[in-house]
Design a protein around this ligand. Sequence first.
Ligand code: MF3
Ligand code: CO
Length: 257
Amino acid sequence: MIIRKSSREIEKMAAAGALVAETIAHVGGLLHPGVTTEELDDAAGAFIRERGGIPTSKDYKGYPKAICISPNDVVVHGIPGGFEVGDGDLVTIDVGVTLDGYIADSAYTFGVGDIDDRDQRLLDVAQEALAAGIAEAVVGNSVGDVSHAIQEVVEAGGFAVVRSLVGHGVGRYYHEDPHIPNFGEPGRGPRLSEGLTIAIEPMITAGSPEVLVEDDGWTIRTADGSMSAHFEHTVAITEEGPRVLTPRVGVPGGVNV
Ligand code: MF3
Ligand code: CO
């Protein structure tokens, strides 16, 4: 069931989204060689709670930490722990915040220090794919238009879309209908209407798009060990066009990528 939101509800999601964006920037500022992902998670959880928010991922279906931190070949749902960040790593910070009962969800992949040219291209293409998907998130389009736009950019860039992981509706609940795949045919799937709020989140790889779940039940890695990138925004479909509810602050790139 797709749950459309009133403008009052969208404002609440935007307030949650602003805190999500600030949290991502805060963690990005702490990302340096030698810091552990557990230290980053502790900082993120404290930052969110000090500002009146709840880290949505904590205890979600038993997830043990405040945010997800996914280095290098980890595509999503990396559990913060003893991993030490190193120069040249790609580290995805994926943050959900609940504020006054409403949720926003966003992810950003940081390059740490000096990264390979090919890894920089992976980041650039993933950001461009997110922007292309957002541009299609307009009243009257379908989910397939968003999905197709993302896939086109990723594959034209020489990279691959992970098919088993998708974006989603978001709002009162972390994961609502509809699914937002990162591949598909224009014109297919549910219609986008005013008040829909969706998390658009291309997850892409430099090699094979196949992924594996680790024994911890959460960590999802590329099957071939290739690098991955993941950029996500929470977007409201409005009569005025797509409204990004998690606009970036204080990170490289534009506000809507
Ligand atoms: N933020 C993730 C998403 O983009 C969801 C993480 S669920 C968790 O959908 F339990 F792993 F945190
Ligand atoms: Co999401």
